[in-house]
Write a protein that binds this ligand. Sequence first.
Ligand code: SF4
Length: 250
Amino acid sequence: MKKQERADAILRKLHELYPETACTLDIDDNVFHLLVRAVLSAQCTDVRVNQVTAVLFKKYPDYTDFLSAGEAKIGEIIKPCGFWKVKAHYLYEMARMIRDDFGGEIPRTQDELQKFPGVGRKVANLIVSELFGIPAVVVDTHCMRVSGRLGLSSGKNPAVIEKELMKILPEEEWAPFGHRMVDHGRAVCMARGPKCGECGLKELCPSAENAGVNKASGTGTKKTAAGRKKTATGRKKTATGAKGKKVRNG
Ligand code: SF4
């Protein structure tokens, strides 16, 4: 089976396996809120970020409130997310830049968004795809690992992987594909101990641990590490991919 045919088949199967998928960070109509959640999500679970930001935004709902509060008060609330001193600095600086560099309007392009501290390509792609209706692949650690095992990407560099995936996926699938990689990476294809035997994609996966399983699909086989470990997914399912929502700057 050619790579494109296999990619199409994987996509169809992912839709069957995860008919509804969405970003696991809470998303409202406020761009600043998603920026803050995304910055806090570094080295922290989405579940915890959602809990912490529910408190944070109750007290400081707007970027101007962050400026009034200052880093120390922001830091007090975001401590459970880890690396809170650095993150508090990033969030305060982000609020300052919105005021001083962007005239109170959060920019809408990936390049401009990446000028904010703590915001890289992954976060910028998340923001534009979730809130501005701009197709983008969000390549996080799950997407890197799972798409690599599935033979859909070869690189370890997220920028390279993003380009590889954009070539083989229809544009409207870019954002939901990233979410489905997270779904699959959390539920079945974990970093340590993927459950290949239970995997709905095993017939299409060149990395399936069962050496005989892929002969029919002609994808070749490669053994992966066993040693299974159960993880909690804590996943909230909502409707697929938001496109061009009405948003406000906060
Ligand atoms: S077959 Fe194994 S390696 Fe391939 S996607 Fe499924 S769990 Fe991951």
